[in-house]
Design a protein around this ligand. Structure first.
Ligand SMILES: NC(=O)C1=CN([C@@H]2O[C@H](COP(=O)(O)OP(=O)(O)OC[C@H]3O[C@@H](n4cnc5c(N)ncnc54)[C@H](OP(=O)(O)O)[C@@H]3O)[C@@H](O)[C@H]2O)[C@@H](O)CC1
Ligand SMILES: Nc1ncnc2c1ncn2[C@@H]1O[C@H](COP(=O)(O)OP(=O)(O)O)[C@@H](O)[C@H]1O
Ligand SMILES: [K+]
Length: 476
């Protein structure tokens, strides 16, 4: 599991640790880790041209100390001081002692740089880059240098993943002590490049429950339902799919395709697209009547391609877990969901989430963490917010928000969400909690999409058929 902590928590842990260490030792650990990581990226340090962008806080101090270390190894290092009279005094002194120079003209040194260390702001920065930092950041990005963000790309919001102004696009980020949520969640995540964590000894001082977490293969492998000698199709779970309409029969087919790959023992389909479903997947149990007459299921999926057809309320009245997606979310009454005794999983994309929250789509996309938490609280349900970073939140804010690390932008194609809802519903029927079902489904779906795309456009059908490969990846 990759875990992330918000700034307040990181600072509290730092204070505990600092109290046990000699003065400045923690910053030296950070700077040493940063210098070692960037030396590895450079390959050859001797003779490399390095530019340190140093703001007025400790983030600039880290960058200056690391610059000093690189200078001692033979790099030509220049510093661009964003606030010359407030630069980290000890860091600057060490930097000058090591042979570093303060640049006369930032744009000259940036144009010739091999490596830029972005130490403008770290966890103390808010509101995007200030106007004086913007042209410098643009020149760094416009150069041929490798741009490495110190702790986090300057200008992003560490806690929320928002980008409230301009931020510096890094090729890589070296972060200290712990991941921060903004390093995992878009739009900020799109600025980080590959993220490397430097251990500064913070871990024992951090609480056991993080703010965000991202599953990895081993976590998913433990959660996946695997049949045993005792299993039969009913004990593995039966998932019911209420989806499709005369206008959108394909949504039913895709949701069933996802469900068939999710580990339930059987998939029931209820709705007007039964012929299409059977033609494609003869293993589906279909029925034309209402959901209540379809036979027992351990979980329902309702909504994909449903159009204006009724059925959502009836499904929500069932006492088994229910996943509500797409058309099922339209006008969904929070009171109805909150009153349910069995778990509910809502899977909106940003547009659907915006409609439920009464805000614009852009607001949801720019503040994904806040939006998913707010929706989960409002509905008293688990919410999976789809998009470039898929998030899964439980209500109440106690459990860490799951951030999905897999996926590809090729997934932005019609019907891929239908596959996801069937898949997650199947995992719910197999007995996973709503949070596990949602996050495991998003993980497999994203992996599968990488197989299906492999550098070219994918189709939603191919995402469903590649799910077998995704399961195998996770076990391998
Ligand atoms: N604690 C420790 O021991 C350790 C801490 N560590 C390091 O410290 C970092 C945190 O340092 P920090 O708290 O000094 O804040 P930091 O991120 O440098 O920024 C604050 C400064 O930036 C300024 N500023 C603010 N917004 C701005 C903007 N939009 N655009 C431009 N400037 C802006 C603001 O100026 P002011 O508002 O005062 O004018 C203030 O001076 C952390 O990320 C990690 O790298 C590691 O060494 C591990 C040990
Ligand atoms: N830019 C993106 N990057 C990665 N994944 C994306 C992106 N845009 C959409 N997705 C994923 O693609 C799927 C689209 O689902 P959805 O919007 O419901 O489409 P549909 O309703 O057509 O099935 C979701 O799994 C979502 O997370
Ligand atoms: K930075």
């Amino acid at each position: 599991m990759r875990i992330a902590y918000r700034v307040e928590t990181v600072r509290a842990a730092e204070q505990e640790l600092i109290a046990r260490l000699p003065d400045g030792a923690l910053m030296q650990r950070a700077a040493a880790g940063l210098a070692a990581a960037t030396a590895g990226m450079l390959g050859r340090v001797y003779g490399a041209r390095v530019v340190v962008l140093a703001g007025s806080g400790d983030n600039g101090g880290d960058a200056l100390y690391a610059g000093a270390r690189l200078a001692r190894r033979g790099a030509g290092v220049s510093a661009v001081l964003l606030a010359p009279d407030r630069a980290h005094p000890d860091g600057l002194a060490a930097f000058l002692r090591a042979g570093g120079r303060v640049a006369d003209d930032p744009y000259d040194v940036l144009a010739a740089a091999d490596l830029v260390l972005d130490g403008i702001t770290g966890i103390g920065g808010h509101g995007g880059l200030r106007p004086d930092a913007v042209p410098v950041a643009r020149a760094a990005r416009g150069s041929n240098a490798l741009v490495v963000a110190v702790d986090l790309p300057s200008g992003i919001e560490a806690d929320s993943g928002e980008v409230l102004g301009e931020a510096l696009h890094a090729d890589a980020t070296v972060t200290f002590g712990a991941y921060k949520p903004g390093l995992l969640v878009d739009p900020a995540h799109a600025y980080t490049g590959a993220v490397r964590l430097v251990d500064i000894g913070l871990e024992p001082h951090l609480p056991s429950v993080p703010d965000c977490e991202a599953l990895q293969h081993a976590d998913v492998a433990q959660l996946l339902p695997v049949p045993t000698g005792e299993s039969d199709k009913y004990r593995r779970g039966v998932v019911g799919i209420v989806a499709g309409s005369a206008r959108y029969p394909g949504a039913a087919v895709l949701a069933v395709a996802g469900a068939l790959h999710g580990g339930a023992g059987a998939v029931r389909y209820v709705g007007p697209a039964a012929d299409d479903v059977i033609a494609r997947f003869p293993e589906t149990l279909v029925s034309a009547g209402p959901p209540a007459k379809a036979g027992r299921v351990q979980a329902w999926v309702v909504g994909p391609g449903l159009g204006d057809a009724p059925g959502v309320e009836e499904v929500l009245a069932a006492d088994v877990p229910v996943l509500v997606d797409a058309d099922g979310l339209r006008g969904l009454d929070p009171a109805v969901v909150r009153d349910r005794a069995a778990p509910t999983l809502l899977t909106p994309h940003a547009g659907e989430a915006a409609a439920l929250l009464g805000v614009s789509r852009a607001e949801v996309e720019s503040a994904r963490l806040r939006s998913v938490r707010e929706l989960a609280d409002r509905y008293g349900a688990t919410v999976l917010l789809k998009g470039s970073t898929t998030l899964v939140a439980d209500p109440g804010g106690r459990a860490p928000v799951r951030v999905n690390p897999t996926g590809t932008s090729w997934l932005a194609t019609a019907g891929s969400g239908d596959v996801l809802s069937g898949l997650a519903g199947s995992l719910l029927a197999a007995g996973l909690t709503a949070r596990d079902a949602g996050s495991v489904a998003a993980y497999l779906h994203g992996l599968s999409a990488r197989h299906a795309a492999n550098g070219a456009p994918l189709t939603a059908s191919s995402v469903a058929s590649s799910l077998t490969n995704a399961w195998r990846d996770v076990y391998a």
